[in-house]
Design a protein around this ligand. Structure first.
Ligand code: DGT
Ligand code: CA
Ligand code: ZN
Length: 594
């Protein structure tokens, strides 16, 4: 049963984003599709309810660039929940063409060429065209591109079933609220990989108690957003949810489908069911073995043989001789012995974060001005906001020339003199050039409070070249932290080839921080390497890489990664106060030969 979606700003933005992509696939000129994409950005950052502005005919006051056709699309989306243009574009575009866009190195032009020259409409067809050498023979492709496409297909098809955590969490939280508000429900929690905050998830798992399980199940399978029912029983249901996917700078927009499972249990079963369905499987095995060693049996409903009552998960851990293990650490990687020895770390929390360093403004490729970003950071409760706009050679992102850098410093000084409750820091996201040198000279670099160094070009270098390149940058005395260490885009682009172990060891030796890039499309470092970095003694820093006011809040996704990596507040640089950070940054600069 498809219930009409509520057209909030994010859904409207998603529809515009999708129209832009589909128009490009149809070969319409770039300018017109870009206009739709620009509107998507504006809708996303609009603070008023766009649907309401459309209804009252005042939307053009907020988005002056809207033309006649875009206004018509908006009008239809708001009044009918769908748009003729979007429906028409969807009908004319093979779904396989959208999937092809997820392959790194393939854009709309290449998809069109493959379709027109070879009639390719699906990923399997594309794979066989590559395998028979037809793609390499096409103008503008070649053997190298063909090999890359094959790799990309393998990547997209193996990862394609999973959904990014931020998107799943958004839907899961809304669903959980509905479950909790349902009459007769006394307890309900998210379980599974969503609760453990894995970076991608297969489905949403919810565990609940209810006075009438059948009524809750019947309601659950008919809620808005449910596209179909995958299974329905007395105490369990599984549905397929469909929603507009969130937009954001690195996403493709479009539709998102994900399964959601609800399990209804009795109040006495609840802690056991929650624990079991939170997993991970590996963690469950560890717990079951501990129960067995005590002569008990642990399953999803009870701890058989144990006589004391368990009302929540902590009681179960206690019964097994363990301290409570936070869900993020339940991956079967030694958390049970640490819990037994009382050696579990006290994990960093979002409320510990007092500032962020890697953020963009309209000076480079951000959507908001310096002042708007500063006010939003203050609103979020941050004490300091570091600005890290792009450097000069990254012209595609409007990188700053030295002159523009100095101009921004003046603006920062002026804002710092004027604004209360937030301190702006002068930083840069300085490109690491292919040979490992930096995009600004030392004299200019010395004027920043700190430097984030990142790789944005020449991803195709060999593993040795890339490792040397990054390590050379880390050796540079003015580099404070390494940005998005591997360049990966979740479910879309693999990390570039790089020896991270060597990079982390170099960072540990030079005292350079490594960023946990918290953009939910990156999460780079990932939690596994992050935990290794901690072991090696690398100081980590969580950065949202915000390109708009809204994206400042991304740092919470980085906190999730840090928690999965067992990090405490002391091991994350930006839990320091503004005074501590200013003192530390000044000290770091003093130790540099200028
Ligand atoms: P995913 O793949 O992102 O959905 O990851 P999970 O961990 O949410 O996996 P899921 O949804 O298949 O199952 C939820 C939890 O239920 C899982 O973390 C542990 C538990 N579970 C499911 N199947 C088994 C099993 O065969 N053995 C054990 N020990 N636990 C299981
Ligand atoms: Ca799951
Ligand atoms: Zn970057």
């Amino acid at each position: 049963m498809l219930v009409q979606p509520i057209m909030d700003n994010a859904s409207l933005a998603g529809a515009f984003e999708e129209i832009a992509t589909l128009k490009e696939l149809q070969g319409e000129d770039g300018f017109r599709s870009q206009a739709y994409r620009n509107t998507a950005r504006r809708l996303e950052t609009l603070t008023q309810d766009a649907a309401e502005l459309v209804r009252t005919g005042t939307i053009k006051d907020q988005i002056s660039s809207l033309g006649k056709s875009q206004l018509e699309v908006l009008g239809q989306l708001v009044s009918q929940g769908s748009s003729d243009l979007l429906n028409d574009l969807r009908a004319r575009t093979p779904p396989g063409h959208l999937q092809m866009l997820k392959i790194a190195g393939i854009g709309p032009k290449k998809v069109r060429a493959l379709f027109q020259e070879l009639g390719v409409t699906t990923l399997p067809e594309l794979a066989s065209a590559c395998e028979t050498g037809k793609v390499a023979a096409l103008k503008g492709f070649g053997a190298k591109t063909q090999a890359k496409i094959l790799e990309g297909i393998a990547f997209v098809t193996t990862s394609g079933q999973r959904v990014r955590l931020d998107q799943a969490l958004f839907l899961a939280t809304a669903l959980l609220t509905r479950v909790r508000e349902f009459p007769g429900v006394s307890r309900a929690e998210l379980a599974g990989s969503v609760r453990r905050r894995r970076e991608t998830v297969k489905d949403i798992d919810i565990v609940a108690t209810a006075e009438s399980p059948t009524e809750l199940i019947a309601a659950f399978v008919s809620w808005p957003g449910v596209r179909s029912i995958a299974g329905q029983g007395e105490t369990k249901a599984s549905v397929v949810l469909e929603a507009e996917s969130s937009t954001g700078r690195l996403s493709l927009g479009g539709r998102l489908t994900i399964n959601a499972d609800l399990r209804v249990v009795s109040p006495s079963q609840f802690p056991f069911a929650l624990n079991y369905f939170t997993g991970s499987k590996e963690h469950n095995v560890l717990l079951r073995q501990r129960a067995q060693a005590r002569g008990w049996r642990l399953n999803e409903y009870e701890l058989e043989g144990h006589t004391e009552i368990c009302t929540d998960e902590a009681d179960i851990y206690k019964a097994l001789g363990l301290a409570y293990v936070e869900p993020e650490m339940r991956e079967g990687t030694g958390e049970d012995s640490a819990a037994e020895a009382g050696k579990l770390p006290s994990l960093v929390k979002s409320s510990d974060i007092r500032g962020v360093f890697h953020n963009h403004t309209t000076a480079s490729d951000g959507a908001d001005t310096l002042e708007a970003m500063a006010l939003a950071a203050r609103e979020l409760g941050l004490e300091y906001l570091g600005i890290g706009d792009h450097s000069q050679s990254l012209t595609v992102a409007n990188g700053l020339t030295p002159d523009r850098v100095r101009q921004q410093w003046n603006e920062i000084d002026a804002l710092n003199a004027r604004l209360k409750g937030i301190t702006l820091l002068k930083g840069t996201e300085c490109d690491i050039l292919p040979d490992g040198s930096l995009d600004f000279d030392d004299a200019l670099l010395a004027g920043f409070d700190y430097v984030v160094a990142s790789v944005h070009t020449h991803f195709g270098q060999t593993r040795e070249e890339m490792t040397e390149r990054i390590c050379r940058a880390l050796e540079h005395p003015m580099v404070t932290m390494l940005g998005h260490a591997t360049g990966r885009l979740l479910l879309r682009r693999d990390a570039y080839a790089v020896d991270l172990e060597a990079v982390m060891k170099t960072a540990a030796r030079t005292g350079t921080m490594i960023e946990i890039n918290a953009n939910p499309m990156r999460l780079d470092l990932d939690w596994v390497h992050c935990r290794r970095a901690r072991e090696l003694g690398v100081l980590l820093v969580i950065n949202p890489d915000a390109h708009s006011r809204e994206e400042l809040a991304y740092f919470t996704h980085g906190v999730d990664v840090a928690r999965r990596a067992w990090l405490t507040a002391a091991e994350v640089y930006n839990t320091k106060s503004v005074q501590e950070v200013l003192a530390d940054l000044a000290l770091r600069r003093k130790q540099q030969p200028v």
